[in-house]
Design a protein around this ligand. Structure first.
Ligand SMILES: C[S@@+](CC[C@H](N)C(=O)[O-])C[C@H]1O[C@@H](n2cnc3c(N)ncnc32)[C@H](O)[C@@H]1O
Length: 269
């Protein structure tokens, strides 16, 4: 099965229109290898047949599967710990008012649940009030379903301290060995919803902090600018904004003051 340049361009263009994903010509082998086994599994004979399926015959499930195959959902608890340390230091300065944080491409939920552990600890220490909430959104239904279950392979919690593991997690036994179930009290502080960052978004905030980490890498420069501006419109003035540390020169896109790699403060207008 060969992915011709023409079909590659058509698939890349569909992915760009639907969810802003950007694939340079050099990504043709990657797209080919990621979709090939799916095509065989479906009993199709060519990339062209697959394109027809995702383009016209199926606007939901299979297109979604293609997006999942072409992006990575890689994530884990306390990824880039300096960002969480900064948040831990900054949030208590806001006093005991209600706090709200958004994880805007949350994948399997590791990031919003990390935030929930952090906020629950701050509340326990009396450093923030009891009224706080976390929102996690993603374009993939598959990851959102898993996130709502709150069950994770132990390995993804490798950076969670033993104290927190004890407070917020239950270790699986027997058939569930190697898995961790988050406690209900933690899960209920996190809401999940489907959201495509490349579409206009309704009013969700204002948030005190927004995490938009490790997703901008998929977008071309104009899409990246639009997504950052759209997301920032939901952040309070002086709110904290986080991206992946390798995701480029974000401060030039909007009115942001750099604090550390990947962390910014929205400048009040
Ligand atoms: C690598 S994960 C990042 C997870 C987490 N933020 C972290 O840093 O660990 C990237 C996520 O972005 C999601 N994604 C890709 N394009 C998107 C879009 N247009 N709108 C919303 N989410 C998107 C993918 O489904 C994937 O779950």
């Amino acid at each position: 099965m060969e992915l011709t340049e023409r079909t590659f361009r058509q698939i890349a263009s569909l992915m760009h229109v639907v969810c802003g994903l950007s694939f340079a010509d050099s990504k043709r082998p990657l797209v080919s290898s990621r979709l090939a086994s799916r095509i065989q599994k479906l009993g199709l004979r060519s990339f062209e047949e697959y394109l027809t399926l995702i383009e016209t015959h199926d606007t939901g499930g299979e297109l979604q599967t293609a997006v999942d195959l072409l992006t990575t959902n890689e994530t884990y608890f306390f990824r880039e710990p300096a960002h969480f340390a900064l948040l831990e230091q900054e949030l208590p300065k806001l006093g005991k008012r209600a706090l709200s944080i958004w994880s805007a491409a949350c994948s399997y939920g590791d990031e919003p649940y990390t935030l929930a552990m952090l906020l629950a600890d701050l509340q326990m220490q009396g450093r923030v009030g009891a009224e706080w909430s976390i929102l996690g959104t993603d374009i993939s239904d598959k990851v959102l379903t898993a996130a709502r279950d709150g069950v994770f392979p132990e390995e993804r919690l490798r950076s969670v301290s033993p104290d927190r593991l004890k407070r917020y997690c239950l270790r699986g036994e027997g058939d569930s060995a190697g898995l961790v179930q988050l406690k209900q009290t933690l899960c209920e502080r996190v809401r999940f919803g489907w959201l495509n960052l490349c579409n206009e978004i309704e009013q969700l905030g204002p948030f005190d902090a927004v995490f938009l980490r490790n997703v901008l890498i998929y977008f071309d420069p104009p899409t990246k600018v639009q997504v950052v501006r759209r997301v920032l419109s939901q952040l309070r003035p002086n709110g904290l904004f986080f991206v992946g540390t390798a995701e480029g020169r974000i401060a030039e896109i909007a009115n942001l003051r750099p604090i550390m790699p990947g962390a910014f403060r929205k400048v009040a207008e």
